[in-house]
Write a protein that binds this ligand. Structure first.
Ligand code: DAK
Length: 259
C-alpha cells in the first residue's frame, strides 16, 4: 500500500511514524486509518524495530476524525469507518512493540483516542486535549470512552467527554492522561531517549509485559496474576533470560537478541 499521508523513519531500532497531513491538522480520514494500520502491521513484523514513536506533522498531533468526510457518510460507510478505527486501536494493543505517542499539539476526538491507544503519552506544553464529539452530535467511537475511563477513572473521563471542552497540557498531565510534558523543541529528543532505553533491554520480555498489562486490565485481579505467572514462566525458555541473568552473575553487560 502506498503511504501518502504518513512518513516513516527508522534509526537504531526506533521507528518514527509521522502523520503527515498538516493542512487539515492531521484529521483522520478512512485512507489514513488504513495507512496507519498497514504501517503499524509492517513495523510489528520488522525485526529491526523495537519501539515505535507516533507523532503528527505541524501544529497538531491529530485534530480528530475527518469531520468533512464523516459529514457525508451513509450508515454503512459510518460503520466501516468505525470498524477501521477500532481495528487500528486494538491492533496497537496487540502489538508486541511499545508505541509511544509524542503529542505535539492538538489531540482531539479520534486523535486523543489514537494517543490513548498508545502505551503512553509524552506531550509538549502547548498541546491541547479533548473529546469534542458531543458538540458534533456523536460520541467517542474509537475506544475513547473505555480507554480514557480506564486511564484516569470515570469521573474525570465523564467531565471531559460530557462537556466537550479542551484541556491544556498541564491539566492533562495532572489528570494522568500524559506521562510527562516537555518544551516543544525537546519533545522528540525525550521520546527518542526513552525509546532508546526501551530498545536496549529484552524486547521479548517487554512484549510479554505489555501483553500482561493490556489483557490483565480486562481480567479479575486473580486471573491477571495467573496470566502474569504463565507469561513469566514462558520467558524462562528464552535466550534473553539466560543472557540477562548470566550477564548479571558474570558482572558484564547483557546483549539481548529478542529470542
Ligand atoms: N476534520 C476535518 N478537518 C479538520 C479537522 C477535523 N477534525 N480539524 C481541523 N480541520 C481542518 C479545518 O477545517 C481547516 O481546514 P480549511 O478550512 O483550511 O480547509 C484546517 O484543518 C485548519 O483548521 P483551523 O483553521 O480550524 O485551525 P485553528 O487553529 O483555527 O483551530 C482547532 C484548530 C483544532 C481548534 C479546530 O480546527 C477544530 O476545532 N477542529 C475540529 C476539532 C474536532 O471537533 N475534533 C473532533 C472531531 S470528531 C466514530 C469514531 C470516532 C469518531 C467519530 C465516529 N465512529 C465509531 C463512527 C471521532 C470523532 C471525532 O474525532
Amino acid at each position: 500500500m502506498e503511504l501518502s499521508q504518513l512518513l516513516i523513519e527508522k534509526k537504531d531500532g526506533i521507528a518514527l511514524l509521522t502523520i503527515n497531513s498538516p493542512k487539515t491538522l492531521n484529521a483522520l480520514n478512512s485512507k489514513m486509518l488504513g495507512e496507519l494500520e498497514c504501517a503499524l502491521y509492517e513495523l510489528e513484523l520488522d525485526a529491526e524495530v523495537k519501539v515505535v514513536i507516533l507523532t503528527g506533522a505541524g501544529k497538531a498531533f491529530v485534530a480528530g476524525a475527518d469531520i468533512k468526510e464523516m459529514a457525508q457518510m451513509s450508515a454503512m460507510e459510518g460503520q466501516q469507518f468505525s470498524r477501521k478505527g477500532q481495528r487500528l486501536m486494538l491492533f496497537i494493543d496487540q502489538m508486541t512493540k511499545p508505541v509511544i505517542a509524542a503529542v505535539n499539539g492538538y489531540a482531539l476526538g479520534g486523535g486523543l483516542e489514537l494517543a490513548l491507544a498508545c502505551d503512553f503519552i509524552y506531550a509538549c506544553v502547548e498541546s491541547k486535549f479533548g473529546f469534542p464529539e458531543v458538540t458534533l452530535g456523536v460520541m467517542p467511537g474509537f475506544g475513547g470512552t473505555q480507554n480514557l475511563a480506564r486511564r484516569i477513572g470515570a469521573a474525570k473521563a465523564n467531565e471531559l467527554i460530557f462537556t466537550g471542552k479542551m484541556i491544556d497540557a498541564a491539566k492533562a498531565e495532572g489528570w494522568g492522561i500524559v506521562n510527562e510534558l516537555f518544551a516543544a523543541e525537546e519533545l522528540m529528543d525525550k521520546a527518542f531517549k526513552t525509546a532508546m532505553q526501551i530498545a536496549s533491554v529484552a524486547s521479548l520480555a517487554i512484549g510479554y509485559a505489555k501483553d500482561a498489562i493490556v489483557h490483565g486490565l480486562d481480567m479479575t485481579r486473580e486471573d491477571g496474576f495467573r496470566y502474569e505467572a504463565a507469561l513469566f514462566g514462558v520467558l524462562f525458555a528464552s535466550e534473553d533470560q539466560k543472557e540477562g541473568m548470566g550477564a548479571f552473575v558474570e558482572k558484564r553487560k547483557a546483549v539481548f537478541k529478542g529470542e
